[in-house]
Design a protein around this ligand. Structure first.
Ligand code: COA
Length: 260
C-alpha cells in the first residue's frame, strides 16, 4: 500500500512507521492519520509482524501536534469529530496485539505527545521535548491526553503539564516515568531495536496476553482485572509456547518458542 505521509518499513518481523512531514515537524493532519490507520490495518492482517516502532522523520520532531491549520477550521460540532477521528486511531494503535514502541526523536507536543502515550512504551533522544501546549491555543488535549497522561505520570504531573502548557525535556520525562530510556539521537533507533529484540526472544503469545491485560487494567476494577488475568493465564497454559518454556527450564535448555 503506498503511503504519502508516513514511511512503512519492515525490519525482519518489526514494522517501523515513520511520520513523514518533516517540513511541518510531522504535524498530524488528516492524511497522516489516514496513513497511520491504514498501516494499523496492515499490521493487524500480517501475523508475521511481532512489534511496531513509531518514530518521526528528521532530527527535530517526532510530531509537533495536531495540524493547527486544520484545527483552526473547527467549530463545536466538527471539533468533536476532529477529536474522535484521531482518538479512535490512537485507540486502535494501543490495542494492537503486538508491542508498540515510540522512538521519540525530538518534539512530541500536543497530539504528538498523545500519539506517544498511545504507544505501549516510549524511548527518547536527548533532544526530545514533551508537552501538551493546547491551553496556549485555547483548547484542551483531544486525543486522549487527559486520560492517558494522567494514568502514566499521575494526576498532579498531568495537571501541571496540561494546565501550564510547559514542555519538559527528556531527562524530566525519564524522571517522571513518561519514557523508559534516553539515548543520543544517533543511537536511539539501535537501542530501541535492541530492546524490541529482547521482547521478541520471549514467548510472543505471552507478551501479547500480558500487554492486553495491562491495557485492560485501565478500565477494570481490581477484582475484574484479576479475573481477566486468570482467564488469560489459563488460555496461555493451553499453548505450545507454555509447554516449551516450562519444559526448556526443566531440561536446562534455551526455549524455542513457536508462537503457537
Ligand atoms: N501544525 C501545523 N504546522 C506546524 C505545527 C502544527 N502543530 N507545528 C509546526 N508546524 C509548522 C510551522 O508552521 C512551520 O511551517 P512553515 O515553515 O510553513 O511556516 C514548520 O512546521 C516549522 O515550524 P516552526 O514553528 O518554524 O519551528 P520552530 O523550530 O521555530 O518551533 C515548535 C518549533 C515545535 C516550538 C513550534 O513549531 C510550535 O510551537 N508548534 C506548535 C506546537 C503545538 O502547539 N502543538 C499542539 C497542537 S494542538
Amino acid at each position: 500500500m503506498p503511503y504519502s505521509s508516513i514511511i512503512f518499513e519492515r525490519l525482519d518481523n518489526i514494522a517501523k512507521i515513520t511520520l513523514n512531514r518533516p517540513d511541518k515537524l510531522n504535524a498530524l493532519n488528516r492524511q497522516i492519520f489516514e496513513d497511520i490507520e491504514e498501516a494499523i490495518s496492515e499490521i493487524e492482517l500480517d501475523s508475521s509482524i511481532k512489534a511496531v516502532i513509531l518514530t518521526g522523520s528528521g532530527e527535530k520532531a517526532f510530531a509537533a501536534g495536531a495540524d493547527i491549520s486544520e484545527l483552526n477550521e473547527c467549530d463545536q460540532f466538527s471539533g468533536k469529530l476532529f477529536s474522535e477521528f484521531g482518538s479512535k486511531i490512537m485507540h486502535r494503535l494501543e490495542n494492537l496485539r503486538v508491542p508498540v514502541i515510540a522512538a521519540v526523536n525530538g518534539f512530541a507536543l500536543g497530539g504528538g505527545c498523545e500519539l506517544t502515550l498511545a504507544c505501549h512504551i516510549r524511548f527518547a533522544s536527548t533532544n526530545a521535548k514533551f508537552g501538551q501546549p493546547e491551553v496556549n491555543l485555547g483548547i484542551l488535549p483531544g486525543y486522549g491526553g487527559t486520560q492517558r497522561l494522567t494514568r502514566i505520570v499521575g494526576r498532579a504531573k498531568a495537571i501541571e503539564m496540561i494546565c501550564t502548557g510547559n514542555n519538559i525535556n527528556a531527562e524530566e520525562a525519564l524522571r517522571i516515568g513518561l519514557v523508559n530510556g534516553v539515548y543520543e539521537q544517533a543511537e536511539l533507533m539501535t537501542k530501541v531495536i535492541e530492546f524490541v529484540n529482547i521482547i521478541l526472544s520471549k514467548g510472543q503469545l505471552a507478551v501479547s496476553a500480558a500487554i492486553d491485560s495491562i491495557i485492560m487494567s485501565d478500565s477494570l476494577s481490581i477484582s475484574d482485572g484479576l479475573l481477566y488475568e486468570s482467564r488469560k493465564f489459563g488460555e496461555i497454559c493451553g499453548t505450545d509456547d507454555f509447554k516449551e518454556g516450562t519444559s526448556a527450564f526443566l531440561e536446562k535448555r534455551k526455549a524455542e518458542f513457536s508462537g503457537k
